[in-house]
Design a protein around this ligand. Structure first.
Ligand code: ZN
Length: 503
């Protein structure tokens, strides 16, 4: 019988090899999205297939199963950190092991093909060419759900939710969306009927890309991001990718006539980066060295993007910089006007360009649709009609074509069902977290001075350092000192938009 120390050493080794797979796949992904020329997917697919197969063999093996079982039996002898590593890996192991290797690898290949088909379908407004792939992805997901939960302990969609927010249920989300809908829909109506829209022309003038890059560098400094550990590059769609806590990459996209687009994407991805950069040193290269869940991650990124970045104080602080970099465009703009302009609320077609108020309605629509797909209440072929009807109902908008409708997001082509709700939940988590933070930190003063260090320090101490040491819901309750309720978020929206639009 091996001693516990030896077993923990084997656990270190296993995690180190998983880290290597993570790093290599991330490199391939980063290259695909940045430097790689267009028609180069064939070679990359071969690499991804190989990595996927090797990772499965290394992780979902009998040897891993035995190791995790032996360590689970000696839980009392393990430190809290090591016990959690075992518990956390065991979940991933059970999940992967439940799916036969060939199906696992075939699925990886399917979604990588589907993403290419989706890109083309979106460009050509051709839902029919993408539909067969989406049907296969849904069918695979339904099979995997059956493998993972053969006794049907959970609802099918909840098995998928676990991947992004462990423990999340359909009931919880149904209540959550019903609650925020009660706040947001009437506010949107009031604004559409009675609100006077602010002037925003200055945000849509030509802003030289070189100057926008300077602005990004400045924002990275304001966010206290250490550039020796976090690089920023340019891609079609902004994202954050972490190799480890000492090597994080974020990307942005510069639009000549939309200076605030890259501004807020840097604030958003910068928030994700801060989280990864400040996970605990003792978690480095373990399975726990990342954010606690997608919702908690989004709560941080959207906190920096909206609650900080669109606050009155921060807008007042940043305007002089905008005038310095873009003197012609911003010369007549006064502070309150800038604040109102970046907070304009207006129903629109595209989720990623939606304003802070209507954003969650875009998510609610996606939540209802993907829940319907997984519960077999909606068929893939009917998606365009269902999508367009819901856009009309929730946002009052007619969808001109599928490219600007059901084909706009990449998530479903990647098989990411259950991810969307975490965006909305992240918004609401962030609002409640901010109220708790205000007991310790003068958040408004920090925004007004552009000194975000106290905010980042608070987050490091209460959120970041824990990585995945705790499940998301207990972690949230620990740092907020209370159970989650959507009321903080609803009140935040009501107060903010009633003031801006004099409702
Ligand atoms: Zn994000």
């Amino acid at each position: 019988m091996q001693n516990t120390e030896e077993l923990v050493r084997q656990l270190d080794e296993l995690e180190r090899s998983l880290y290597v797979f993570h790093h290599l796949s991330a490199l391939v992904e980063l290259d695909a999205n940045t430097a790689a020329p267009h028609d180069t997917t064939v070679g990359r697919s071969a690499v991804m297939e190989y990595l996927s197969r090797e990772q499965y063999s290394a992780f979902a093996s009998e040897k891993t199963g035995e190791l995790l079982r032996a360590l689970s039996e000696r839980k009392a002898e393990l430190s809290a950190r090591d016990a959690r590593r075992v518990e956390y890996l065991k979940r991933d192991y059970d999940h992967m092991k439940a799916i036969p290797q060939d199906e696992y690898v075939a699925y990886d290949v399917l979604v990588s093909e589907a993403q290419n088909v989706w890109v083309k379908a979106k460009q050509e407004n051709d839902f029919a060419s993408f539909a067969p792939y989406l049907e296969k992805i849904v069918a695979s997901q339904l099979r995997f759900i059956e493998y993972r939960d053969p006794e049907h302990k959970k609802k099918p969609y909840e098995v998928l939710l676990d991947d992004y927010e462990y423990g999340l249920t359909e009931d919880f989300l149904d209540n959550f969306f019903a609650e925020i809908k009660k706040t947001i829909v009437p506010l949107v109506h009031q604004i559409t009927e009675h609100g006077r829209q602010p002037r925003t022309y200055f945000l849509h003038q030509e802003a030289p890309i070189e100057k926008q890059r300077e602005l990004s560098d400045y924002l990275m400094d304001v966010l206290t991001i250490d550039r020796n550990h976090c690089a920023i590059t340019e891609t079609e769609h902004p994202f954050t990718l972490e190799f480890n806590k000492d090597d994080v990459r974020i990307t942005t996209h510069y639009h000549l006539n939309e200076v605030m687009s890259s501004f807020y994407s840097v604030m958003h991805e910068g928030g994700h980066a801060l989280y990864e950069l400040h996970t605990g040193d003792d978690l480095r290269f373990t399975a726990l060295a990342s954010g606690a869940s997608s919702s908690i991650h989004e709560s941080i990124s959207r906190f920096f993007e909206n609650i900080i970045g669109r606050s009155r104080g921060f807008c007042d602080f940043i305007l002089p910089k905008m005038k310095e970099l873009f003197p012609e465009q911003f010369k007549d703009v006064v502070p309150y006007e800038f604040y109102k302009a970046v907070n304009i609320a207006q129903p629109s077609l595209i989720r990623t360009e939606a304003d802070e108020l209507t954003y969650c309605l875009h998510i609610m629509l996606r939540y209802e649709i993907e829940k319907g797909l997984i519960n077999r209440e909606i068929e893939v072929k009917d998606l365009p009609q269902v999508w367009n009807a819901k856009m009309k109902e929730y946002l009052g908008i007619d969808v001109p074509n599928d490219s600007k409708g059901v084909l706009q997001d990449t998530h479903w082509s990647g098989g990411m069902f259950g991810y969307f709700p975490t965006y909305a939940l992240g918004n609401a988590y962030g609002a409640q977290m901010c109220e708790r933070m205000k007991q310790d930190v003068d958040v408004e003063a920090c925004c007004a001075k552009g000194d975000l260090k106290p905010v980042v320090d608070w987050l490091r101490e209460h959120v970041f350092q824990y990585g995945c040491l705790m499940d998301p819901i207990p972690l949230f309750e620990q740092y907020c000192g209370a159970k989650f309720t959507p009321s903080y978020y609803c009140n935040y929206l009501k107060e903010k938009y009633s003031e801006i639009y004099a409702l």
